[in-house]
Design a protein. Structure first.
Length: 283
């Protein structure tokens, strides 16, 4: 159980990399076609949080991850019924069985407890959980410049091609530099009513956000760093101030055009908080 609502802001950057490829555009970095600003989806950010939690808590009770490539979701829902000695494989489940299975999923799966899940598929539905933790799309502070370069590989795929050439050509899309901002919300009311999220879970979330790029390096993503994590802690369950007022207290100004590093920006924070709200700089 948690007794405080939270809002938070993440600032992260990418250098010579693709932070989140768009399958609809040849996996090039995602971009707003009208403004040129880059963005990273909430799905991408939550994937990295899930991966970090699994890395540090893998095998511990209560910290399994539902959304991952290990087995079908319906199989996991069936496991919840078996674990609670409920009848499986029958249509028209009664509400109490679904509730029991849903509570099991919240207890055992960290990402269900945090982000919620739609679990009403198959013959053994576990209901729908509205997650108390929500994260918006991240958007770049400045328009980003997508560069598409040709690369060569000194290895040939097929024997037929090997007879005629000694390398193959490819393409790589990247952003020279981009600073991104994402905002999130944690509803204590939803957490206490539905998923039983607790303070230990929240501390793990902050650690996951701070470190999620450190355990996710790849040549395609370039150099990605979490630069700031600023948390607004309300002293009540429903909150003491609208979230947008708190978010507006963080201003980011561009000093160099085009920006090529984090120091090309000035971050200004109004530390005068409304009554009942505490600002915590986690990073």
């Amino acid at each position: 159980m948690i007794n405080n609502r939270y809002d938070f802001v993440m600032l992260f950057d990418v250098e010579n990399g693709n932070p989140n490829g768009d399958p609809d555009a040849g996996n090039t970095p995602r971009i707003d076609a009208e403004t040129g600003f880059g963005y990273v989806t909430d799905v991408c950010l939550k994937r990295k949080i899930r991966n970090y939690v699994e890395l540090v808590k893998g095998g511990e009770a209560g910290y399994s991850i539902l959304i991952k490539m290990d087995k079908a979701l319906n199989t996991k829902f069936n496991d919840a019924y078996k674990a609670n000695n409920l009848k499986t494989g029958q249509k028209g489940k009664n509400k109490e069985d679904v509730k029991t299975a849903r509570e099991y999923m919240c207890r055992n799966y960290y990402d269900v407890r945090m982000f919620g899940a739609v679990m009403n598929t198959g013959d053994d539905p576990c209901g729908i959980v509205r997650g108390p933790v929500q994260i918006n799309f991240a958007r770049s502070i400045s328009p980003v410049n997508i560069q598409d370069i040709t690369i060569t590989r000194q290895a040939v795929t097929t024997e037929k091609d090997f007879e005629n050439k000694n390398n193959e050509m490819g393409r790589k899309s990247f952003i020279p530099y981009g600073l991104y901002r994402a905002e999130g919300y944690i509803s204590a009311a939803l957490a206490n009513k539905i998923t039983d999220l607790n303070e230990e879970d929240l501390e793990l979330l902050w650690n996951a956000i701070i470190n999620m790029f450190e355990e996710d390096h790849s040549a395609a993503r370039g150099k990605m760093c979490m630069r700031k994590l600023i948390v607004f802690r309300h002293d009540s369950i429903l909150g003491n101030c609208p979230s947008h007022i708190l978010f507006d207290k963080i201003k980011i100004d561009e000093n160099t055009i085009p920006p090529r590093e984090f120091n090309n920006y000035t971050i200004s924070i109004d530390r005068n908080m409304p009554d009942g709200v505490e600002m915590i700089e986690k990073l």
